[in-house]
Design a protein around this ligand. Structure first.
Ligand code: NDP
Length: 433
């Protein structure tokens, strides 16, 4: 706390992991003797830089860029870039810290990192976004490489931004190094299923949790928050499995559609027009837009928070529990506050933490890296099958670990211990570095 003052989200993420580790530290004293926890709290490298660019009115704009290269014990640093006005070091470090354990849980050879900027792409022209991305990459490129650090997208960074970033990387380095970024477009080295993977994976994970109680997504009433990449694909997969999805949201409010969210309309509003949640209602008579209150006021069997950190509070958890929620899975990173998580767990509700439930995105990024390295591209069906296997593997690893440590059904404990053990063993093996 003293070394990282004011980095509230980072403290929250560290506490959440450390709260689970007591049993594994007691069983393996060498983790403590070799200061593994202390090492994992300190990023290997943190880069903060100025991003100057010129807006459409000819004014010079200055943003701040970040890349936290957190841990490379298991492979090159891997984790997304977030462009959002709320981005500061504490957010990037919380995301990077989470990423270490998430990536370890996938079982794939990827370390943890995260980056971004306080730049807000909303309301900016394509030209402005391009100039910002080019300036961002003009500093970032020297820290990246397919064996060093491999970013992807996150909030505010989708196919458009990744295209401009990759274009500038290629121009500066004079190398068509596909493996340096993931989430690329399909015509320039991307993988099928990467766009869908986080949302799909979250629903696949939820299905696995439900199965342990003899339940399934089919017929469930589902509420989703967010209306971005993760939310849209969570809606799509939940509907494909027979669920009735009734909500989505953005930072302006939320939509309730008792007729079931119309995916085509949602995509038109969000992906084509880059519009607001309210625009959906004009096209769907069964829907209503609510500007105040919380999307979690809407009764649901399954809740999938897919927007941002700390968006589901203790009060929201109480409302969901009062309405009979059976399962909650985090599509976003750390969307549930610690008191919300405790309430869900105390009530015996199935709870899938983000580092397990949303790991399908980064796992498919690793599949994209495999395809790039072998100059190959796989079919949608094959890649989705791999994703499904990976999600089942993550689920089972968490469930087994929770059972082994005496807390069956506790996916938080299972995910934290299983992720920690894999990375901690590698840290020990590599010596004091
Ligand atoms: P997008 O930018 O595509 O979408 C984000 C959505 O969340 C938008 O609808 C946005 O609304 C809403 N949102 C963002 N910030 C806030 C806020 N402060 N309050 C209310 N709503 C907000 O991002 P993604 O879908 O990619 O990411 C969503 C979450 O999933 C993040 O937590 C991210 O870290 C996590 N994640 C993403 C992965 C990926 O592969 N993309 C992988 C693993 C995790 P608005 O447009 O109004 O801001």
């Amino acid at each position: 706390l003293r070394r990282n003052p004011g980095e509230q989200e980072f403290h929250q993420a560290v506490r959440e992991v450390f709260d689970s580790l007591g049993p594994v530290l007691r069983k393996n004293p060498r983790y403590t003797e070799a200061a593994v926890l202390e090492r994992l709290c300190e990023p290997e490298r943190q880069i903060i830089f100025r991003v100057p660019w010129v807006d459409d009115a000819g004014r010079v704009q200055i943003n701040r860029g970040f890349r936290v290269e957190y841990s490379s014990a298991l492979g090159p640093y891997k984790g997304g870039l977030r462009f959002h006005p709320s981005v500061y070091l504490g957010i990037v470090k919380f995301l990077g810290f989470e990423q270490i354990f998430k990536n370890a849980l996938t079982g794939m050879p990827i370390g943890g990192g995260k980056g971004g900027s306080d730049f807000d792409p909303r309301g900016r022209s394509d030209g402005e976004v391009m100039r910002f991305c080019q300036s961002f990459m003009t500093e970032m490129y020297r820290h990246l490489g397919e064996y060093t650090d491999v970013p992807a997208g996150d909030i505010g960074v989708g196919a458009r931004e990744l295209g401009y970033l990759f274009g500038q990387y290629k121009r500066i380095t004079n190398r068509y190094e596909s493996g340096v970024l993931t989430g690329k477009g399909l015509t320039w080295g991307g993988s099928l299923v990467r766009t869908e993977a986080t949302g799909y994976g979250t629903v696949m994970f939820t299905e696995q949790m439900l199965l342990t109680r003899g339940l399934a997504m089919d017929g469930m009433r589902v509420s989703v928050s967010g209306a971005g990449n993760v939310a849209i694909h969570a809606v799509e997969k939940a509907q494909a499995l027979g669920a009735h999805v009734v909500t989505f949201s953005d930072s302006s409010g939320y939509v309730v559609d008792e007729g079931g969210v119309d995916l085509a309309v949602l995509r038109e509003v969000k992906e084509v027009r880059r519009g607001r949640a309210e625009d959906y209602v004009a096209l769907r008579p069964t829907a209503t837009f609510v500007a105040r209150g919380s999307v979690w006021d809407v009764p649901a069997d399954v809740a999938l928070p897919c927007a941002t950190q700390n968006e589901l509070s203790g009060d929201d958890a109480k409302t969901l529990l009062g309405n009979g929620v059976r399962a909650v899975a985090e599509g976003a990173n750390m969307p549930c506050t610690p008191d919300a998580v405790a309430l869900f767990q105390d009530a015996g509700v199935l709870f899938g933490p983000g580092k397990a439930a949303n790991a399908g995105g980064v796992a498919t990024s690793a599949l994209e890296m495999q395809q790039n390295a072998s100059r190959d591209s796989w079919t949608f069906e094959h890649t989705e099958e791999r994703l499904a296997e990976i999600m089942v593997g993550i689920h089972d690893r968490c469930a087994r670990t929770a059972e082994e440590y005496g807390s069956p059904g506790d996916y938080v404990l299972g995910a934290n211990i299983a992720g920690f053990q894999r990375v901690a063993d590698a840290v020990l093996a590599l010596g004091v570095i």
